[in-house]
Ligand binder design. Structure first.
Ligand code: ATP
Ligand code: MG
Length: 874
């Protein structure tokens, strides 16, 4: 059976059991501070498990894109080394939200695997939670009994908390689980050692394929477990592993999910997969990583220097480095694989097909820049080795290795490999301790501790009323304390709130909570999944009373101007630049708007003017806002509404329209009621943020007016400076011309002076050991002249050895220049000499072996430089 069919069979099997198919959530998580990437199918249903939200369907089946490269689930170092852990993988799942429980989950899993996929029953093992003293939990007798009805008892294995109690993170929904493992060894091997001894023992052919989790508890931050209001089923089956089992392969990489990629790399590198362990790892790393990279970029995460972006950058670099070291790819190559990604996964995940060109471009740019860094790092390593060699040392220090790792992305194994190849060893312990130090530094900087929610009022859901109201009465449902280095902070949730929580680029509202006895400042509002969390400076003394929740209205108005302008801008960009314009990020606050979009060239002034003109024309047209809430997503798409890649949309969406023929967007933000309120629109910058992504910053309303006023003031000041000329441009042009003439004249004078100094100096040349030596003190107007003079002397003298101590506009400088031959024949080095002499002027410097300069603080020291140089070298 082909992979595609295996996937669709899973879905249709559960559809036949009344499950609703739902698409994968984005791989990059935006509204959950505890997670950067989706690491399991259950992430998108977390709120349903916790009871914060009622599930739309009680039975669901899906294939979720997961990434396990950070946090509690991090498989990165295994990937490629073994044959069954991936960075990005698909997790097939069936779900029950307060509907069926252990019995059906177990029976259906068995039916699907053995009856539909026809996996051999006697090669399957199942595990059951044995209980845990610390958590005061007994064994999962229920699950055991259901399994016993279908599986012989010698293939039921009891498992500890580590393997059979599933937790998403340090806190959150969790519960006992039953795993299904498959023994894919040969018949002989199976006969000699029974598979049950190899389950959960890292045997590459005895692997877990499916985990059935029975969600029963919520883990609180103090480590205790609390029963969930209802019981749920959450299953996760590694799709790649399943395909391998059904296709009876000994490695995930031998399935049709990966072979097209491996074949491409074989052709490109001229190397064969399956010949050598080290190159095989490289093949696997690359074909695995390209999926992770492409899918995350498709979901809107660009490689960058922090957080999720940095994780992607690290994965990409790992792939490039393996290709570089083991497959001989010294030019960008990864981006070429994006075509195969689109071809092989575009059907079920259209985002990788639709954005193929963009993804390829981003990857290629990253690759090129990393290859340049790699090259620099290799050169640095060469010179480190040379230096050590001179000193007769053999060990590259942990500090050096760490520096290479930290600044050039050289992982330890690469440095160690290169070291070994040239007969050096590496202080691995030293490296580990440097690494530890850095981890501690960043841990200390980011550590925060989130307390549990304290309930104040019955939780009947949270209502956002901020589209229609700017203030309202509200009750606090719950609050909690967050401790970090900067002290305690507080968060609270209201039963209904006018406060807009940061999302879609629009910042959160600020404002006040006012009761009869207190006034509390709300400093920010953010989302946590579907909760609206208000960040407050202090906790109310009487949290149970009724509050008036009031947002800062002026700030909101300014923010709305900018948000509406962002929509108009997007449509104007499409008109002027073309329909390929996609939003890649935005920031909208009360001061400015920032809009990132895909486009490959710098915008011309003409294009910018056109865009600005269109937006301002639309503002003057005074177009009324058309806001539609709860539009079925399909209908919204038919209306031509612009959606964002990587954004999680529900079945019902909000559509914001300013003229159906101009701007229709899916948007949860707040907008002005008619465009004229925006007042004025002015672009203040356009530039690049990443390969293929441009950024526009713009101002609206009073801020735009201010901007024009400032420009006007500047112009006026310039006119004043030039004594109000009739033609400002002409008089500036005249100034520039004049300045250029003067510059030429001065240069001429310099030259004359330098040539007379040179004549003088040539008189002072002495001959020593076949060298023409010169040590002299001179005065020159600028450092360039000194360099020029030094080079001229070198060219005119035979075997030149020249030391000049110069007073340059009352600052001391030394230049040392020698004939290249002397470096070898006499072992001289200009850098060393200049550093020695620079001590006399309290300075330092360096350069190349034949030419070096130094600056310093002590002008008086120049005489001493001359005396010392004569003594040492003349
Ligand atoms: P393992 O012990 O093999 O790492 P796990 O216990 O971490 O697996 P779960 O968290 O239970 O796995 O995830 C459910 C299923 O997802 C597993 O049964 C397995 O088939 C699959 N899976 C987990 N991690 C990976 C991975 N890194 N790559 C591919 N599939 C995976
Ligand atoms: Mg694991």
């Amino acid at each position: 059976m082909e992979a595609k069919q295996i996937r669709s069979t899973f879905i249709s099997f559960f559809q036949s059991k009344q499950h609703q198919f739902v698409p994968s959530a984005p791989i990059v998580i935006k509204n959950d501070p505890t997670l950067m990437f989706t690491n399991a199918g259950m992430n998108q249903f977390k709120d349903a498990f916790l009871g914060n939200e009622t599930a739309k369907f009680s039975r669901v089946a899906n294939s979720q894109k997961c990434l396990r490269v950070s946090g509690k689930h991090n498989d990165l170092e295994e990937v490629g080394v073994d044959t069954y852990h991936h960075t990005m993988f698909e997790m097939l799942g069936n779900w029950s939200f307060g509907d069926y429980f252990k019995q059906e989950a177990i029976a259906w899993a068995w039916e699907l695997l053995t009856e539909v996929y026809k996996l051999p029953k006697d090669q399957l093992y199942v595990s059951v939670f044995e209980g845990d003293k610390g958590d005061q939990l007994g064994m999962d007798q229920e699950a055991y009994d259901f399994w016993k009805a279908i599986v012989p008892e010698d293939r039921i294995i009891m498992g500890s908390k580590k393997d059979n109690f599933w937790e998403m993170g340090d806190t959150g929904p969790c519960g006992p689980c039953s795993e299904i493992h498959i023994d894919l060894r040969s018949e002989e091997e199976r006969a000699s050692i029974p598979g049950r001894y190899l389950v959960n023992n890292d045997h590459p052919q005895v692997i877990e394929i499916w985990n059935l989790v029975f969600m029963q508890y919520n883990r609180l931050s103090d480590g205790t477990l609390k029963e969930l209001p209802a019981k749920h089923v959450d299953t996760g089956m590694g799709f790649e592993r399943l395909v391998r089992a059904i296709q009876a392969k000994s490695s995930n990489y031998d399935t049709d999910l990966f072979t097209p990629f491996i074949q491409y790399l074989e052709q490109k590198s001229g190397k064969l997969y399956g010949k050598d362990e080290q190159t095989d790892i490289a093949f696997r790393v690359i074909v695995d990583h390209i999926r992770a990279i492409s899918f995350t970029i498709a979901d809107g995460q660009l490689p960058s220097n922090n957080k999720a972006g940095y994780v992607i950058r690290r994965i990409l670099r790992r792939a490039v480095r393996y290709g570089y070291t083991f497959l001989g790819f010294s030019e960008p190559f990864l981006h070429e694989l994006t075509g195969l990604i689109a071809e092989n996964f575009g059907e079920i995940f259209p985002e990788v097909k639709d954005q193929r060109d963009f993804i390829a471009k981003v990857i290629q740019e990253e690759e090129s820049s990393f290859l340049r860094t790699l090259d620099k790092g290799l050169k640095m390593l060469d010179s480190i080795k040379a230096e050590l060699g001179e000193k007769g040392e053999q060990v590259i220090s942990g500090k050096t290795a760490f520096e290479l790792y930290d600044t050039f992305g050289f992982p330890l194994d690469l440095t160690s490999l290169i070291a070994r190849e040239s007969g050096f060893s590496l202080d691995e312990q030293g490296f580990a301790s440097e690494m530890e130090k850095q981890k501690n530094r960043s841990r200390a900087a980011s550590e925060s501790e989130t307390g549990d929610w304290v309930l104040v009022h019955e939780d009947e859901g949270v209502e956002f009323i901020g589209y229609d109201f700017l203030e309202s009465f509200a009750h606090i449902i719950k609050y909690r304390t967050v401790k970090d280095k900067k002290g305690d902070k507080y968060q609270l949730v209201l039963d209904k709130t006018p406060f807009y929580a940061e999302s879609g680029g629009q910042v959160g509202d600020t404002g006040w909570l006012i009761s009869e006895s207190e006034k509390i400042r709300v400093i920010d509002t953010k989302r946590e999944n579907d909760l609206i969390v208000h960040f407050v400076e202090k906790l109310p003394k009487k949290p149970e009373v009724r509050f008036s929740a009031e947002i800062d209205k002026e700030k909101r108005q300014l923010t709305m101007n900018n948000h509406t302008a962002t929509h108009l801008l997007q449509s104007a960009l499409r008109q002027v630049l073309g329909s390929h314009i996609q939003q890649r990020g935005s920031l909208v606050n009360h001061q400015v708007l920032r809009f990132d979009f895909s486009h490959f060239a710098k915008m011309t002034d003409e294009e910018l003017n056109q865009v600005e003109h269109i937006v301002n024309a639309k503002i003057r047209e005074n177009i009324a806002l058309m806001e539609q809430r709860n539009v079925p997503i399909e209908e919204a798409k038919k209306m031509g509404a612009t959606a964002l890649f990587g954004e999680k949309y529900g079945d019902y969406v909000r559509v914001i329209t300013f003229d159906p023929n101009f701007s229709v967007e899916l948007c949860g933000g707040t907008h002005v009621s008619s465009t004229s309120q925006v007042g004025l629109f002015k672009i203040v910058s356009e530039g690049s943020v990443a390969s293929g992504v441009r950024r526009i910053e713009a101002l609206t309303a009073a801020a735009a007016e201010n901007y024009f006023r400032q420009q006007e003031t500047l112009l006026k000041e310039l006119k004043d400076l030039l004594k109000n000329p009739k033609d400002l441009r002409k008089s500036i042009e005249n100034l520039i011309d004049e300045r250029n003439e003067l510059k030429k004249e001065i240069e001429g004078l310099y030259l004359e002076k330098a040539s007379s100094i040179k004549k003088d100096l040539l008189q002072q040349v002495q001959i020593k050991d076949g060298m023409q030596t010169l040590v002299a003190k001179i005065t020159l107007p600028h450092a360039d002249a000194l360099k020029k003079l030094a080079y001229e002397l070198k060219n005119e003298l035979e075997n030149a050895f020249v030391i000049l101590a110069a007073n340059i506009s009352e600052k001391p400088q030394i230049a040392v220049i020698l004939a290249e031959d002397l470096i070898q024949s006499k072992g001289l080095n200009a850098g060393q000499i200049v550093r020695e002499l620079a001590k006399e002027i309290q300075g330092g410097g360096g350069g190349q072996p034949f030419f070096a300069t130094a600056g310093g603080k002590n002008l008086e020291g120049l005489n001493q430089v001359v005396t010392k140089a004569r003594k040492l070298y003349q």
